[in-house]
Design a protein around this ligand. Structure first.
Ligand code: 13P
Ligand code: SF4
Length: 350
């Protein structure tokens, strides 16, 4: 990275001292990760944000929904900064509050809402987390989805899972013993979600039609191709991948799981990894004694994660030094109150 920008970031960070804490998601660029006080997946970063009551400013190097969660979990005097406001998440954008409330109204009209526990993936807006908190549900991440679903099924007969159909389906079918027929897909762009009342009454999992544009690109062909090309390769994927890809893989887990699995892998082993490319590249560099490759032939970064670059980080730090708070992420009090209920419920999962 540009030595001038590195020097400016170093100086600004030193000037702020303990007043600033920088969180970096594993999918961030190397030039940004080098300045993170803590790196992690979305679950770990949410906990880290909540555990830093002394930091006046949290700079969140990640995407918008993560910064919102950090704002909700931090104290009133703390301010959360997202270095580029255009760092959103296409998956989170696939569930809009009005659409979700309209679906819930239909469940109410059908008389099934009382049997349903809503569960939202961390990768959703604060509005959606607020909806889930109001309706006595829980947030989950890719590291605790099974625990969240177990909790939900102890409280209701059905789960309404937002917004990632793949994490919902993969967890339900591969970890909870449900069948594909137990899951139905609610499409917010079709009348009645594209489902009949009968299908809704019989379903155990009502999955929102959302997906990750990065992980959704891996296909069964990517898995077959790498197995042919690299004999003995182990395929390791994130649960945001499509169901058939996860089924064909050898291991599945959150970004934190993927890192631990690669760290623990024996020297000389080969791995094809189905997750975001910044992380896969960093793992390959960190382990030159192992063959770590990207699962697909095509290059695939998360374009919104990549919006946070060193120039944006330097700008954010220097603004703070100058006494201004740039790009503050602030969730309104009512939304934050209910979103916090659903987030706290996640943090309290057994
Ligand atoms: P985790 O950080 O929970 O593994 O989620 C991956 C992701 O897509 C974050 O945007
Ligand atoms: Fe959203 Fe996927 Fe990017 Fe994560 S990797 S921020 S889920 S688009």
């Amino acid at each position: 990275s540009d030595p001038d920008l590195v020097a400016r970031a170093t100086a600004a960070k030193a000037a702020l001292g303990d007043r600033v804490f920088v969180l970096g998601h594993h999918y961030q660029r190397d030039e940004v990760i080098q300045f993170a006080d803590v790196t992690g997946d979305s679950f770990k970063l949410a906990r880290e944000a909540a555990a830093r009551p002394d930091a006046e400013f949290i700079i969140f190097c990640g995407v918008h929904f993560m910064a919102e969660s950090a704002d909700i979990l931090t104290g009133p005097g703390q301010r959360v900064v997202l270095p580029d406001l255009a760092a959103g998440c296409s998956m989170a954008d696939m569930a809009v509050l009005g659409q979700v409330e309209a679906a819930w109204d239909e469940f109410t009209d059908l008389g099934i809402a009382d049997d349903i526990v809503p569960v939202t993936y961390m990768n959703s807006s604060a509005d959606i987390k607020g909806f889930v908190g109001r309706n006595e549900g829980v947030v989950c991440t890719s590291s605790n989805a099974k625990r969240a679903l177990t909790w939900a099924f102890e409280r209701g007969q059905k789960v309404f899972f937002l917004p990632d159909q793949h994490l919902g389906r993969n967890t339900a079918v591969l970890e909870m013993g449900l069948t594909l027929d137990d899951c139905v897909l609610w499409d917010p762009h079709k009348p009645h979600g594209g489902l009949t009342p009968e299908q809704l009454r019989e379903a155990k999992m009502i999955l929102w039609r959302g997906h990750c544009s990065v992980h959704g690109r891996f296909t069964l062909d990517s898995v077959r191709e790498v197995r042919e090309r690299v004999p003995g390769v182990r395929v390791l994927v994130h649960p945001e991948c499509r169901h058939e890809v996860v089924r064909a893989a050898d291991e599945v887990g959150s970004t934190e799981y993927i890192i631990k699995a690669l760290d623990a892998a024996p020297a000389g082993s080969s791995w094809a990894v189905g997750t975001e490319l910044n992380l896969v590249r960093r793992m390959a560099l960190a382990h030159p004694d192992k063959q770590i490759m990207f699962l697909d032939r095509a290059v695939c970064y998360c374009s919104t994660m990549n919006r946070i670059d060193l120039p944006h980080l330097v700008w954010s730090l220097e603004e703070l030094v100058a006494g201004r708070v740039p790009n503050q992420i602030s969730v309104d009090a009512d939304t934050a109150k209910y979103a916090r209920v659903a987030l706290d419920q996640m943090l309290a999962l057994p």
